[in-house]
Design a protein around this ligand. Structure first.
Ligand SMILES: Cc1ncc(COP(=O)(O)O)c(C=O)c1O
Length: 398
């Protein structure tokens, strides 16, 4: 029967990763892959995670099944991390949160619950957005609509057009927003823009669905949560998909959570039942290891403090790479402006060069960048910055 299947091409980022791996040049630079790398080009296990693993090994006395909703302590800690422990909605009975397999699993559970509640809801995504949003969420049954987000010319959010489009979104539709560290653009909403979207959502009656995969990598753990917190305070309903892949470095442990804010406690119970039923039908139960580590870290003052310090180091390293790159290619860059790289947040920005520049960077210099020109700033380090900026300048100067 399988002969009837159509071949599926490799994801462009995966193809790029393979080409990078096979490139024998020792000077090669990978700015394509979407994981954090330290100054030595490694994606390390955080010390707080290592210590929590040691603790867990001693504590763990069973590998029996966890519940469908995952670890209850983890769910409590994640809710507090996202919304703030003292948020008015916590304790009101209007929230419910379950563990999910990574941010991707969380997004999918959220989407399935929403489409069960409103089968004809359309999902509005910004242009551009994380390339996996459309297949991941569209296959839950959403018809996808688009709103303008980033202006490639001005290299910032096209706020006027975005707000104008959001003002036309019908009640009952769903609007996907990035909580912080927008992937792929790095262009984040200001607090004032979050306030404005919250007002529009109230007026229009659409449901915001926030994807927060980088809390702590933008302006800081609390600062990056502004949008979620203001929406949870002011709106009757909200959905948040979160990931611990980047801020805890737990990528392969598939650790995330899906949180719903509902109109009242009865709705929260309904949503919880549906989220569990969705999970049961898709993967039964989430993997335990990563969530148990996060729970140990967030529940222990010392481990938590070590983790926040390490996360802050990650954030500051990315910021310093942003400044270093922008400043070093700015000179002699043929009038092109790279200052947006310094203004933007998180791991990604568009370099904004032409496709032929990308080809030359890859072929002549072994510098790997995806075709959208999205670069991972964490791929830059003190050993490759000079080579990288010299190569970019050479290519730009023809
Ligand atoms: C915007 C965005 N959302 C969600 C995810 C999914 O994260 P996870 O690896 O936890 O599934 C990513 C990962 O790159 C992302 O960039």
């Amino acid at each position: 029967m399988f002969e009837s299947l159509k071949p599926v091409g490799l994801d462009p980022i995966l193809s790029l990763m393979i080409a990078f791996r096979e490139d024998p040049r020792t000077t090669k630079v990978d700015l394509g892959v979407g994981v954090y790398m330290d100054d030595r080009g490694r994606t390390p296990v955080m010390n707080a995670v290592k210590r929590a693993e040691t603790k867990l090994m001693a504590l763990e006395n069973t590998k029996s099944y966890q519940g469908i909703g995952g670890d209850a302590e983890y769910n409590k800690h994640m809710l507090a991390l996202l919304l703030g422990a003292n948020h008015s909605v916590i304790g009101s009975g209007r929230t419910t949160s379950i563990q999910a397999p990574g941010g991707s699993g969380a997004l999918r559970v959220g989407a399935e619950v929403i489409t069960r509640a409103r089968p004809n809801a359309k999902l509005w995504v910004g242009v551009p957005t994380w390339p996996n949003h459309v297949p991941l969420l569209g296959s839950a049954g959403f018809e996808i609509k688009e709103y303008p987000y980033y202006d490639m010319e001005t290299r910032q959010i096209n706020a006027d057009l975005m707000m104008e489009t959001l003002r036309s979104v019908p009640a009952g539709d769903v609007v996907l927003l990035h909580g912080c560290c927008h992937n792929p653009t790095g262009a984040d909403l200001t607090n004032a823009q979050w306030d404005e979207i919250t007002e529009i959502a109230l007026e229009r009656g659409f449901l915001p669905f926030i994807d927060t995969a980088y809390q702590g990598l933008g302006d800081g753990l609390e600062e990056d949560a502004y949008g979620m917190r203001v929406m949870a305070e002011k709106l009757p309903e909200l959905v948040i998909a979160s990931s611990c892949s980047k801020n805890f470095g737990l990528y392969r442990e598939r650790t995330g959570s899906i949180t719903f804010v509902t109109k009242n406690a009865d709705d929260a119970k309904l949503v919880l039942g549906q989220a569990m039923s969705v999970a049961r039908q898709m993967y039964s139960m989430p993997p335990a290891h990563g969530a148990l580590l996060v729970s140990l870290i967030l529940g222990d003052e010392e481990l938590r403090s070590e983790w926040t310090t390490e996360l802050e180091e990650v954030r500051l390293r990315i910021l310093s790479m942003r400044t270093l790159l922008a400043d070093s290619i700015q000179d002699n860059a043929l009038g092109m402006d790279f200052s947006h790289i310094k203004r933007q947040k998180g791991m990604f920005s568009f370099l904004g060069v032409k496709p032929e520049h990308l080809v030359r960077l890859r072929e002549e210099f072994g510098i790997y960048i995806v075709s959208s020109t999205r670069i991972n700033l964490a791929g830059i380090n003190s050993s490759n910055i000079k080579y990288l900026s010299d190569s970019i300048r050479t290519v730009l100067n023809g």
